[in-house]
Design a protein around this ligand. Structure first.
Ligand code: NAD
Ligand code: IPM
Ligand code: MN
Length: 358
């Protein structure tokens, strides 16, 4: 049968803060990658965040969710969610809304050191946090109706943490399937089952069950507090970390910072039908509009999305050119000890992609 040559349709959502700057960089890189693609890619644009709130009263209008559902993949910029007004005034968290609407249950967050760059980690790092993305403590997405936190009487706030066997099994399967593609073939389940005996107990029992079906993958377990210490002490011992939503959120920022910084932290949200490339970091309002943001996290996320959509050749080409740029201080952004602004770095990467050919 002939390969499917229908164009892939991406939806780009800039977001807030540094979002428009790093999205422009990422789309320039996508353009430079076109000769390496097997299929044509078209990009539609829609508005989320403060701009959408001003224009239509919601930080993520329903029409944007529909457009995301119709796309083959989403490029999602960071949002200033913490600064949004309450939900009933239109301040929805676009990350939570999209993850839920598109059933993006897996958040894949690699942290690796790049040769030539300085990193706080004590040795080379090459790990992936596989984070459950739809339940846990995340009050905006963990219940069918209503928020997962409430205040029964003044001065008392309660938050519901949802853990299900189904979600634990899906994320464990994603972790073991990914481990099978990697040289170290190791999964560490990170949990707090010594205290959360029922909820993390269910998570752990489910991961163990999945582990038993993957005898070719080495499996171990670690309490989350110790995992934070072990990451700082010897991040090189980890390959895949499989964990629940909030632990994965926190540990992935820690691991990425240890491996060189949040500016190098790509991530992919995926489910059975949809996928969204999204940097691990936030909208960095402290450096927004100053041409200082490192666009590499979103660019790496684009690479992950392309690989997920079957464009491994383009993704490999991107990784090779990024490694070339990151290896030398004169072709890096300031957060990595270089001098380049967002735009100059992007121009350099685009040139490197063109020079090294598809
Ligand atoms: P942040 O990740 O935006 O920034 C943390 C620090 O890292 C800041 O010093 C920032 O300047 C730096 N940084 C982040 N990305 C960088 C980049 N690409 N290049 C260079 N430096 C970078 O975290 P925050 O300040 O706590 O959050 C800001 C806003 O982002 C909040 O409203 C928060 O809710 C939101 N947020 C959004 C997402 C998302 O959309 N995916 C994720 C996390 C936080
Ligand atoms: C992330 C972010 C988001 C999350 C916030 C902005 C809601 O922290 O993607 O890491 O955890 O869902
Ligand atoms: Mn986070």
């Amino acid at each position: 049968m002939a390969a499917d040559m229908t164009p892939l349709r991406l939806l780009a959502l800039d977001g807030d803060g540094i979002g428009p700057e790093i999205m422009a960089a990422t789309l320039a890189v996508l353009d430079a990658l076109r000769p390496a693609l097997g299929r044509e890619i078209t990009v539609d644009h829609a508005t989320i965040g403060f701009e959408a709130l001003k224009a239509s009263g919601s930080t993520i209008p329903d029409a944007v969710v529909d457009a995301a559902l119709a796309a083959d993949g989403v490029l999602l910029g960071p949002v200033s969610h913490n600064a949004y007004p309450p939900r009933d005034e239109g301040g929805l968290n676009p990350s939570g809304v999209l993850r839920r609407a598109l059933d993006l249950y897996a958040n894949i967050r690699p942290a690796r050191t790049w040769p030539g760059t300085k990193a706080p980690a004590r040795g080379p790092v090459d790990l992936v946090v596989v984070r459950e993305n739809l339940e846990g403590f995340y009050a905006d997405r963990n219940l069918h109706l209503g928020p997962g936190e409430f205040m029964p009487v003044p001065g008392v706030a309660l938050a519901v943490r949802r853990i299900t066997e189904e979600a634990s099994r899906r994320i464990a399967e994603a972790a073991f399937t990914l481990a099978e593609t990697r040289p170290a073939r190791r999964v560490t389940a990170v949990h707090k089952a010594n205290v959360m005996r029922v909820s993390d107990g269910l998570f752990l029992d489910t991961v163990r069950d999945v582990a038993a079906q993957h005898p070719n993958v080495t499996y171990d377990e670690m309490l989350v507090d110790a995992a934070a210490a072990h990451l700082v002490r010897d991040a090189g011992r980890f390959d895949i970390i499989a964990t629940t939503n909030m632990f994965g959120d926190i540990l992935s920022d820690l691991a990425s910072e240890l491996a060189g910084g949040l500016g190098l932290a790509g991530s992919l949200n995926h489910g059975p039908r949809h996928a969204a490339a999204q940097a691990q970091h936030g909208s960095a309002p402290d450096i927004a509009g100053q041409d200082r943001a490192n666009p590499v996290s979103l660019i790496l996320s684009l690479g992950m999305l392309l690989r997920h959509l079957g464009e491994a050749h383009a993704a490999d080409h991107l990784t090779t050119s990024l490694a070339t740029c990151l290896a030398r201080p004169q072709t890096r952004t300031r957060d990595l000890g270089g001098q380049l602004g967002t735009r100059a770095f992007t121009d350099t990467l685009v040139q490197t992609l063109a020079e090294t050919g598809p």
